[in-house]
Design a protein around this ligand. Structure first.
Ligand code: ADP
Ligand code: MG
Length: 301
């Protein structure tokens, strides 16, 4: 098959591994910078062009769209979908997962366990918002944050109130969330492909840090999930319409709760800590499922 990896940087670990894994299985792999693609959207034969030439007879794409390029990146993915090319994740599912509020609403609608979460535009009802999530301590998150930046733990009511006011004063959109203390600074990254969790690791924040992001100095180890955790992760990916997803869970007193669902989960940490060939499994999935015009998204939001 001819498989295109949409990535801005061919030297990134995840990009390199996907290319290597595809080539090892006999596919023609090409890394294309989606920000340099341009499109013919009017013609009867829609096209994506790159370096002056149309990209032809592509069987599948693997989008690796960074958070800062979601708008243009998903437009390129959509163009491939219109051309009937199979994609490892659809443009709609990527857009959906990039907005934490929208994701939470979709997950809640499917009855998937979540930390109690509130959202407000105005600062006139901060007290109500804080009460809604059970008071301090609580977690405040920027809607479009990644890598733990923009996630704050407010230990007291006063701290919560000032941080919410400060963020809102800057016009930033935020979520306010119940703090899952019993998770003890750890979360579970579940790598889902299709309807299976193919690898999972437990990430632990550095001492004194409640955020377990590896970018914030956390460490990780391979872990066995409980059947309930496994099904929560696969249901979350399905609810979002993602075929390849990194689902992050917290172990709470009321069972596993989903914190976020990532549409371009990194391969480096998960392959390193679990020794599982995750890139190879993504290629296997594409081999089994790719076919023209397979993309039909039935999720409403
Ligand atoms: P980001 O997208 O920046 O990674 P997350 O929502 O994943 O933001 O939060 C970063 C980290 O903070 C999580 O991995 C987790 O360890 C911790 N965390 C986030 N929300 C909560 C919460 N409600 N309770 C306890 N810890 C949390
Ligand atoms: Mg996270």
């Amino acid at each position: 098959m001819k498989i295109v990896i949409l990535s801005r940087d061919s030297t990134l670990y995840s990009t390199r591994r996907l290319k290597e894994a595809g080539e090892a299985q006999g596919h023609e792999m090409r890394v294309i910078d989606h920000m340099r693609c341009y499109m013919d959207i009017t013609s009867h034969s829609p096209k994506v062009l790159y370096q002056g030439k149309p990209l032809e007879s592509v069987d599948a794409i693997i989008p690796r769209i960074g958070a800062s390029n979601t708008f243009y990146g998903t437009a390129v993915v959509r163009q491939f979908e219109i051309m009937g090319v199979f994609t490892a994740n659809t443009s709609q599912s990527i857009s959906r997962s990039r907005d934490k509020l929208r994701s939470m609403q979709i997950l809640a609608r499917r009855g998937i366990g979540l930390p109690v979460t509130g959202f407000a535009h105005s600062t006139q009802d901060i007290d109500g918002l804080i009460d809604l999530v059970g008071g301090a301590p609580l977690v405040i998150k920027l809607l479009e944050g990644t890598q733990g930046i923009g996630v704050v733990l407010a230990e007291t009511y006063q701290a919560a109130k000032s941080v919410i006011e400060a963020f809102r004063g800057l016009d930033a959109n935020i979520l306010v969330q119940e703090f899952i203390k019993e998770a003890q600074g750890a979360d579970l990254r579940c790598f889902v492909i299709g309807d299976k969790v193919i690898a999972a690791m437990k990430r632990q924040g550095a001492p004194g840090e409640f955020r377990s992001n590896l970018h914030r100095g956390g460490s990780a180890e391979k872990i066995r999930l409980t059947p309930e955790e496994r099904s929560t992760a696969t249901r979350a990916a399905k609810a979002m319409g993602l075929r390849v997803a990194g689902v992050d869970l917290l172990r709470s007193n009321h069972g596993p709760v989903v914190m976020e669902v990532n549409s371009s989960p990194g391969l480096e940490g998960i392959e390193k800590y679990t020794s599982i060939d995750v890139a190879g499994k993504i290629i296997d999935y594409i081999e089994k499922n790719a076919g023209p015009n397979k993309d039909r998204d039935r999720i409403q939001y």
